[in-house]
Write a protein that binds this ligand. Sequence first.
Ligand SMILES: O=P(O)(O)OC[C@H]1O[C@H](O)[C@H](O)[C@@H](O)[C@@H]1O
Length: 315
Amino acid sequence: MQTLDRLNRTFAIDGHAVFEEREPGMLRLQLSSPESTATVYLQGAHVTQWTPRGADPVLYLSPAAVFAPGKAIRGGVPVLFPWFGPRWNGAAFDAAHGTRSPAHGFARTSVWTVDSVRCEADGDVVACLSLAPDEVSRGLGFDDFALVLECRVGHELQVALHVTNRGAAPLEYEEGLHAYFAVADVHPARLDGLGGSTYLDKRDGSTRKVLHDGPFAFTRDVDHTHLHTDAALKLHDPSGHRVVDIVKTGSLSTVIWNPWTVLTPGFADLPADGWQHFVCIETVNADENRLRLEPGATHTLAMTVRVKTVRVKTA
Ligand SMILES: O=P(O)(O)OC[C@H]1O[C@H](O)[C@H](O)[C@@H](O)[C@@H]1O
């Protein structure tokens, strides 16, 4: 059993890693490197904060987020496994098993185990958490996987999800690092890297479309699953005077999401103006990019984030 005391006795590193319980039943790990700080909740192995020294937080965390056992946290980097959005065979599975498959899978609401916390020679702090099958996953038909989430905090944030198939049959799954990036104002924000890519427009019945060339502007609610793309992305946030670089590995889908004014009222854990202050840019394998992992094989999905401040020219 991972109690606060035991976690601190086993893994705390003076000045670099400490466990806390700010909300009842919600243990979290505070990481601190010379270059940045981060917070990781054990529920979901969920990074809720990453802040380079002297900068504003790079990840958006909803001021109305709910921190309670079993509830998904709105913001940061939710880890999605073994399906993205609604389960692809959800209706059939649920009917056959008399159960209900939660949106985005069970990983984000499961409590992960802390395996290690370490400081590297270059000052980076690295935490590894794991998730093994339990009653919940077995009830949903997933009995033979091993997940490891590795979070590296330094001048970059690196989040890697390693999935291993421990079973005798192929493991089919979807996965995602559903990152919420903070922007000072979404209106002038632009996203580079998806021009010309094919996507499913979920706001239009998942119609298949091709994105125009050049930067993408956020002008309304958006929910795109871009397919067959491993392109690096650049989020320009002129009001925040910064550019965020997002590099993906082991990912062929990129999801972009913003609920705008239209959908925000449907989210009790988002404030009315929340949509103006984030865009989700998600490192994913979903839909046509769903994975099939052979017995014994491991796949790694990873996202690396870097921030550059853009100087404001003064006359
Ligand atoms: O409310 P959640 O279950 O966290 O999902 C929030 C959003 O996640 C992704 O971006 C999906 O593409 C959206 O369709 C979904 O609305």
